[in-house]
Write a protein that binds this ligand. Structure first.
Ligand SMILES: *[C@@H]1O[C@H](CO)[C@@H](O)[C@H](O)[C@H]1NC(C)=O
Length: 223
């Protein structure tokens, strides 16, 4: 039975490799202007038009968010501020961003050993985004690239973005603080323009997508 030994060693080795393999996130700025994308975990940096930022993250289980900041100024020590998406004035983000910001959210290797991914406008919209898996035969892109800022209802409009009604009005109707809730005229404004994204807290059925664990992803700003 000595022929069994190399086989066992090899499968243990490949198991170890799978478990420690980094998940690659490719973040591309296709906007005609500079962005300061952020990732929690992962940090944040300046990304000029046409540039790509590649992050390797451990294969979960963890929940994370990627978003873009706009109109930022930072000093040499990485302290400053942004018009949208600001993370406590830090270039290298350690905390989540301020709304409005379009957010790519994912749970890697989480519930039922699957990846879950979505785009949320639950904290408003600042930059058009595509979020798509690249590997594992998982190919379903999510896209929110309509002119949300330009068409934003007056009550939700702020410099550089369009707020979510929950952020502005903080009422149960918009935030679903208790019990079941329904779409509103404001949530429909987003949904009509971005069919696959989270527009209100109970929007899961049309807005959450799955991949096998170990999948790598791309986030493209201004796809
Ligand atoms: C933000 O930056 C964009 C692109 O550089 C620019 O067109 C816009 O005027 C800026 N907005 C503000 C409020 O500074």
């Amino acid at each position: 039975m000595s022929f069994m030994k190399p086989t066992i060693t090899l499968s243990l080795l490949s198991l170890l490799l799978i478990q420690t393999h980094a998940i690659i996130f490719t973040i591309q700025n296709k906007c005609p202007y500079t962005l300061w994308p952020a990732s929690i975990p992962g940090g944040g940096r300046r990304l000029d038009s046409g540039q790509t930022w590649t992050i390797g993250l451990p294969n979960g289980p963890h929940l994370a968010k990627i978003w873009a900041r706009t109109n930022c100024t930072f000093d040499a020590s990485g302290r400053g501020s942004c018009l949208t998406g600001d993370c406590n004035g830090q270039l290298d983000c350690k905390t989540h961003g301020a709304p409005p910001h379009t957010v790519a959210e994912y749970g890697l290797n989480s519930f039922n050993h699957k990846d879950y991914y979505d785009i949320s406008v639950m904290e408003g919209f600042n930059v058009p985004m595509e979020f798509r898996p690249n590997t594992n035969g998982c190919t379903r892109p999510i896209r929110c690239a309509a002119d949300i800022v330009g068409q934003c209802p007056a009550a939700l409009r702020v410099p550089g973005g369009c707020q979510n009604p929950c952020t502005v009005f903080k009422t149960t109707q918009y935030c679903c603080h208790s019990g079941a809730c329904r779409p509103t005229d404001f949530s429909r404004f987003f949904k009509i323009r971005c069919l696959d994204v989270f527009t209100y807290p109970e929007d899961d059925p049309t807005s959450t997508f799955e991949c096998p664990p170990g999948t790598s992803y791309s986030v493209v700003f201004c796809p």
